[in-house]
Design a protein around this ligand. Structure first.
Ligand code: MV4
Length: 445
């Protein structure tokens, strides 16, 4: 087992990883930017090294500085958290070259799933349902013919895109050529790769993702699904497990498909397979995320599995001591992301000082955060300041518990979205589980 791990991230996920390491008796190294000197994760780590200026590009994305810190402190492994370098194959390769374990999949796997066209083809070969569409098409005339065959509306996706970047929806043929050429050139400038493919545009859809955990010996377990359809501009707001919309049969089919996907890719570590769900048991592969997700606590609450600790154990070569038949999804969990933003001003990000903080508690109420009383929330990073997660026997009680916890949360001095979240929980489409990814659009938010 590793003796010392460097956390190449910041904020709440750095705190989360440090806690997991502490429980395992593993020493921790935090790397931080000048703006994060006062941050909680810096004081919680056993050692900490300032690696650069406030901008992520000068610090948290500075691969050489991070690896130098790992070498200088004798860290045997690096945990990337999510975002930042967590799905950067070059960084993983650099770790491997320096003899430092990367807590995650291999650089080949990350690259393979990062190529959305190759990911689609891999899943199709593994028998996972994929959205009707095409492989990469370079020629606009051929693309137009293919779009006709698929049938409008179609969606154009960049091979190197993902998470909402590099996509264009085309409702009718007249718009297609311009949209295809624009999508290709945008992808070329944004990702250095202009290759695009087409899919039938499915609507309305739910975003349902399956959590998998795999060891180095072929062990694969699926830890259930998370419904993440409440999103604003491709940023998730509320996540829950189990999904209120799928039957036990559909859950079994998605579990089988996800297990097949993990085995077909030779996956290692934690991974999330994202699906679009169109109802009546129909689900289609969308993307595979090769990192720990922001919303992982939802799965931890319904399965009792500590995903961060198992990431570390698997990276250290431990064999999973449990199999699929040992996994039980019990009760219901909901996560509300708490963002320093103003719903009354177009969700504009707000920084500021936490003048008064009261964190809700009680049975099965969890608040993953890195803020503390008198902390100044810097303007340089993501606006998420915490995740409120609850667990209860069933969904109705989980909704009630979440509303109680949201009303108990106090963060004075910083404008945040807790009240907006409580309103969403009261929305009839959320309450009856019929909500889709269009919910916020329908609310004009
Ligand atoms: C789609 C789709 C409908 N049909 N693909 C958005 C981000 C990226 N993950 C892909 N996305 C979508 N792809 C087809 N063929 C609808 C979306 C989509 C979406 C998907 C999941 C969660 C939120 C979303 C918000 C808008 C669009």
């Amino acid at each position: 087992m590793f003796r010392k791990i460097l956390i190449a991230n910041r904020g709440e996920i750095a705190v989360r990883i440090i806690r997991a390491c502490r429980e395992m008796g593993i020493a921790t190294v935090a790397v931080f930017s000048e703006a994060d000197a006062p941050a909680l994760f810096v004081s919680m780590a056993d050692e900490s090294i300032c690696i650069g200026g406030p901008r992520a590009a000068d610090s948290y994305l500075n691969m050489e500085a991070i690896l130098s810190a790992a070498i200088a402190t004798g860290a045997e492994a690096i945990h990337p958290g999510y975002g930042l370098l967590s799905e950067n194959p070059k960084f993983v390769a650099l770790c491997e070259q320096c003899g430092i374990a990367f807590i995650g999949p291999t650089s080949e796997l990350i690259a393979k799933m990062g190529d959305k066209d190759e990911a689609r083809r891999t899943m199709k070969a593994a028998g996972v349902p994929v959205i009707p569409g095409s492989d990469v098409i370079e020629d606009v005339d051929e693309a137009e013919r293919c779009a006709e065959e698929i049938g409008f509306p179609v969606i154009i996706k960049a091979r190197a895109g993902g998470g909402g970047r590099g996509i264009r929806i085309v409702k009718e043929r007249a718009e297609f050529r311009g949209a295809f050429l624009a999508a290709s050139s945008e992808a070329a400038s944004a990702f250095g790769d202009g290759a695009c493919y087409l899919e039938k545009y499915l609507r309305p859809v739910k975003h349902i993702e399956m959590q998998v955990l795999c060891d180095n010996y072929g062990g694969v377990v699926c830890l259930g699904e998370r419904e993440c359809s409440v999103q604003r501009k491709n940023q998730k707001l509320i996540e829950e497990s189990p999904s209120p919309a799928i039957s036990a049969e559909t859950r079994a089919a998605m579990t089988l498909a996800s297990t097949r996907a993990a085995k077909a890719t030779g996956y290692r570590g934690v991974g999330t397979i994202e699906y679009l769900y169109t109802g009546e048991g129909d689900f289609y592969f969308m993307e595979m995320n090769t990192r720990l997700q922001v919303e992982h606590p939802v799965t931890e609450m319904v399965t009792g599995v500590d995903l961060v600790q198992w990431q570390i154990r698997v990276a250290a070569g431990v064999k999973l001591p449990f199999a699929q038949e040992d996994i039980r999804i019990s009760g219901a969990a909901i996560e509300c992301r708490i963002n320093a933003e103003d719903p009354g001003r177009g969700f504009a990000p707000c920084c500021g000082t936490v003048e008064l903080l009261h964190i809700p508690g009680g049975p099965w109420v969890r608040f993953d955060t890195a803020i503390y009383q008198d902390y100044f929330i810097p303007p340089f990073y993501d606006s998420m300041i915490g995740k409120l997660i609850v667990h209860a026997q069933n969904r109705e009680q989980a909704i009630r518990k979440m509303k109680m916890a949201l009303s108990e949360l106090v963060i004075e001095g910083v404008t945040h979205n807790a009240d907006f979240q409580a309103q969403l929980l009261d929305n009839p489409a959320f309450v009856d589980g019929s909500y889709t990814t269009g919910l916020l659009d329908e609310l004009g938010k």
